[in-house]
Design a protein around this ligand. Sequence first.
Ligand SMILES: Nc1nc2c(c(=O)[nH]1)N[C@H]1C(S)=C(S)[C@@H](COP(=O)(O)O)O[C@H]1N2
Ligand SMILES: [Mo]
Length: 504
Amino acid sequence: MTHLALAELGFPLWLRLSHYINLLFIGLLIRSGIQILGAHPRLYWNSGCKPESNWLKLTKRKARKDRLWTSTDEEVSVSPLLALPGKDNLGLGRHWHFFSVIFWILNGIVYVVLLFATGEWARLIPTSWSIVPRAWETFVTYITLHIPPASDFHPYDPLQQLTYAAVVFLLGPFLIATGAAMSPAIEARFPWYPRLFGNRQAARSLHFLGLVAFILFTIVHTLLVLIVHFQSNIRDIVLGSEKSSFTLAFTVAVIALLFVLAVYAWTSWYTLRRKRRTQHALGAIVNPTRRMLLQPLPSEQHYKASDITDYFWVNGRPPEEDEFKRLAQHNFADWRLHVSGLVFNPVHLSLEDLRTFPKISQITMHNCIQGWTGIAEWGGVAMTEILALCGAQPEANYVVFTSYQLGKQSYADAPKEAQARPYYEVLSMEQVKHPQTILAYEMNGKPLPLQHGAPVRLRVETQLGFKMVKYLRSIELVADYATIGEGQGGFREDVQFYSMGAEV
Ligand SMILES: Nc1nc2c(c(=O)[nH]1)N[C@H]1C(S)=C(S)[C@@H](COP(=O)(O)O)O[C@H]1N2
Ligand SMILES: [Mo]
């Protein structure tokens, strides 16, 4: 297409609308992304996440030596001016991130399809290498503080065209690809995938660097729109043609930007005020999408012994109740796991009983919702064995795993009532029947250490760490979990507004 023909394309309404929708959702994604980063404000290139090995640390907090330091102690509270929703709200920040990403990707698909359907692609995708030296000339023009003449823009100058093409066709997909590499369910089913980026933490670091690149692009892009031929830019961006009225274009732009700012302010304000409501409203879109895309993926992780990391963060402190301490003192010889509820044959199982079942060993990667990982070997008994022993009744849809530990050892900022309730998490029957869903009594070939959940913890390898209850006390099969705790499917769902499904 000639330059003239391209100029005649103008900026159609769909193009201007998708640009605006993109702006709206990118802001929601960046703000909720900052919230998520605040939950573990360190970045690494290795899977073990040893604190000293981080390449970037965004908190000044020092680990206390007088007591067990957990990853929850490192969470930083972020200002609502920066983060969505702000403060200490990882769970709701994630809901916003996944809600926004669905619409951002849909908008991106519509944009790219229309780009190719209308011939507008020819403005973005270079068809000749000569664009590179021409882009360099433009770069030199800008860097020496000159402005290219209006005739250089048809409608973009070569540097602008290359940058836009890179952002749309490289940076955008890169952010999606590195984001997907952080989903425990995707990693569990396709362990080769995070390796494309080095490893899972490298994917997280690259996702962050992609964010930085996007922010830099947005700043330079906005500045140039303001500085270089501002009046025609605003006409093009808002009304699609340089012949339209500047006053009208400018007024619409100001109103549209104020609307975006109002959305950013309202989303934080409303979320902080109505947390449970927001959890459910966003969950209504996010949860079915996640269930459809990720729940069917079973874990196929078989890491090598050499992959085991020499560091493994802890989250949740050991129970301090006398009953548990007495059990621990006697090496858990008196510990019994109570399996009940909708079963034909309720049982009490000792550690010895558990050891009589065939032992499953699996080397897997643990993903904490906050962002850290660790690889370990877990040894224990498959949940399918326990189900076979007790016989699940047909009405049993969910399985509740309850801990000896109380909420206060898990999340010190929880409301009083929740602090006094035991930690628990609910899994669907489908998740429980998965071959890598086990009750682990060994970690890296040794009895499960106290800080990692002695004597027995749950491992469910397609989920985030918070589902894997430590210090296990009982298992109950139920038809529904609405009457348990606050009815959200687990302690952290109840108190921290996490999502009940934890495949991402
Ligand atoms: N009982 C209990 N189980 C728990 C927790 C907890 O606080 N209490 N924390 C969960 C979270 S958020 C994570 S990431 C993992 C951490 O396991 P680790 O301490 O062995 O690393 O345990 C999960 N199981
Ligand atoms: Mo976690």
